[in-house]
Design a protein around this ligand. Structure first.
Ligand SMILES: *Cc1c(COP(=O)(O)O)cnc(C)c1O
Ligand code: SF4
Length: 335
């Protein structure tokens, strides 16, 4: 008989893969056969926000292609260093909405728990690239956040975010979810994660079995921006989650040079649906300092959504939204 769960003394394969993630710009350029002229800027920009990419994700990037849409998401560029007056370090006002360390409570009925500061990949456009995680040391100290949730019966959904909550080992993640599960006013636990996309082995049987057994409804919101990200192993990991009764949604960020075309977005929706994932949000870029070169105008964004509406069933068209500091919800951008 094949054991379903690896003995606990073994480091799971996904953790080994994570430890081996590429963090060195020289190595990245070498593996992808990219010109050395990119190196100085990559090193400089990686100092502001480190480079990090898994080999699994790297394998989907075309060698020698500076314009590869997946490469653009992870390669530190000189553009990150041009300060812009309309871009901020806390673009969505998260710091004003943290009643206790490690918890962001902005919207009615939902609270977002910063389960860990760590991610499996560093997306250059990330709105939390400047977030002061060291002030929110939450991965081992969820007590205050859990107490806050316990005391507020209006919270029906806890969103595990970060960082990426699936950076936690299974045992830590299960410990956290076991603290949430008995709180009777919690109906849903939502997991915001990029792992199924960037390191599909993270979705192991131990995890999918655990998620299957919950009283709370489990919703997983993955983050894919381009159809090239959806290779076979990614599809398998999404299938495993779906087979275990987990609702799967996708959020994307609209990014210049990555997915700012109707054909790309339409193909992404079509491909996601073959994996039982429904498109949820298409985010307008949060104005985070260092990401201005990814911006797409609202006019173009609206035109893209219109083009999607003209060619896809309504349920495959994501909602175009923007997050503004101080708003009571993500704001639809309608045209
Ligand atoms: C985005 C977000 C949510 C979830 O909003 P939905 O519109 O329900 O997806 C909750 N809390 C915070 C702080 C958020 O940024
Ligand atoms: S996985 Fe999410 S939180 Fe992590 S760097 Fe990418 S966008 Fe930011």
């Amino acid at each position: 008989m094949i054991p379903r769960i690896a003995p606990f003394c073994q480091t799971p394969s996904w953790q080994k893969q994570l430890n081996n993630a590429i963090r060195c710009p020289t190595e990245l350029l070498r593996q992808l056969k990219l010109p050395n002229s990119l190196l100085a800027a990559a090193k400089e920009s990686a100092r502001l926000f480190p480079l990090k990419v898994t080999h699994s994700y790297l394998a989907r990037i075309e060698k020698g292609n500076i314009n590869d849409p997946l490469l653009r998401q992870i390669l530190p560029l000189i553009d990150e260093q041009c300060p812009h007056p309309d871009y901020y370090t806390d673009p969505v006002g998260d710091l004003d909405a943290t009643p206790v360390p490690g918890l962001i409570h902005k919207y009615r009925g939902r609270a977002l728990l910063l389960a860990t500061a760590s991610c499996g990949i560093h997306c250059r456009y990330c709105f939390r690239r400047h977030f002061p995680y060291s002030n929110h040391k939450s991965s081992n100290n969820w007590r205050q956040a859990i107490e806050y949730i316990q005391k507020d019966p209006s919270i029906h959904e806890v969103i595990l975010s970060g960082g990426d909550p699936l950076s936690l080992s299974n045992s830590k993640l299960f410990r956290l979810m076991d603290l949430l599960e008995p709180i009777s006013h919690i109906k849903r636990i939502r997991i915001h994660t990029r792992y199924p996309i960037i390191l599909p082995d993270r979705i192991d049987l131990e995890l999918s079995d655990y998620l299957h057994q919950h009283r709370c409804k489990i919703v997983t919101v993955v983050h894919s921006n381009h159809p090239n990200e959806l290779e076979d192993q990614v599809r398998d990991s999404l299938k495993l989650l779906n087979d275990n009764g987990i609702t799967l949604l996708n959020q994307s960020v609209l990014l210049a040079g990555v997915n700012d075309s109707a054909d790309t977005l339409s193909e992404l929706s079509e491909q996601l649906f073959t994996c039982n994932v429904l498109p949820y949000y298409l985010h307008q870029l949060d104005k985070v300092q260092g990401a201005q070169h990814f911006a797409v105008s609202d006019t173009q964004a609206k035109a893209l959504i219109k083009a999607l509406r003209d060619q896809l069933p309504g349920y495959l068209v994501p909602k175009l939204v923007r997050e503004n500091s101080g708003d009571s919800a993500k704001q639809p951008i309608s045209g």
